[in-house]
Write a protein that binds this ligand. Sequence first.
Ligand code: AMP
Length: 282
Amino acid sequence: MRQIGNNEELAQYIKWCSDHHKSVGFVPTMGALHPGHLSLVDIAANENDIVIVSIFVNPTQFNNAKDLEKYPRTLDKDAKLLTQTECNVIYTPSVSDVYPTSFIPRNADLGMLDTTLEGHYRPGHYVGVVSVVQRLFDLVQPQKAYFGRKDLQQVAVIKTMVKQFNYPIEIKVGETVREESGLALSSRNSLLTTTEKKEAVAISELLFEMREWSKVLDPLACETKAIKKFEETTMQLEYLSIIHPLTFENLIDEWVPGATVCIVAYCGEVRLIDNLELVPLT
Ligand code: AMP
């Protein structure tokens, strides 16, 4: 595995891949890698000749300076973990590599995605996500790019952007990897105390319980019951919403295939996000 830290070297490598007809699969990350990230690397390795993983903590997608400052950074450990995978290149650009003064990001029209759930609670977040992903796509020029279902709304945002900007890139989605307890793996979990980590399990427990409730309750009743139950935990709920998997509209009376519950809660100071499909897609 090779580490590339500047854009000239990356451009040469990408040219080599193109000249040698090597397909490139790309996994963008913010580092502090865990098995959830590595599962995307594995999928990418199965589907491409070359796998490039980027590690870049993108300042423009943080709408809270303290959150950016606290974000875990563990590059040496990440590099070690990636050597145990089929990753070919770890790309670690600097802020000026990603955002040279000449870079003018194009804005995508995200419609409702920019105003609901994450769009609502993290104003400007998706503008930052769109700008970093378009820049990384322009630099890496992959044939396929891999994202986790854990950030479901982000997947919808990226798919919208790819369509609007006509990127010839296939967006692939990996399932959420969980701890045995059910807690979704997240780089932010390392910021939890031992007690908080135990408390955080209540998030996924509730989601899986809702899957059972969805068989007998309508979406609104299911959502209301879940919000009430969450009050019994020590965590602070930011939102819990049952949505249509494509439009992200809140479901009220009727279930649709792929109906999904999305949740964000604060466990202590740590913002945790999760979601679960309640009704199978088929
Ligand atoms: P991040 O480093 O948090 O920006 O995440 C990089 C990619 O890994 C994103 O596409 C995430 O959705 C994905 N990811 C994060 N956590 C998980 C998880 N537990 N399971 C699968 N994918 C994940």
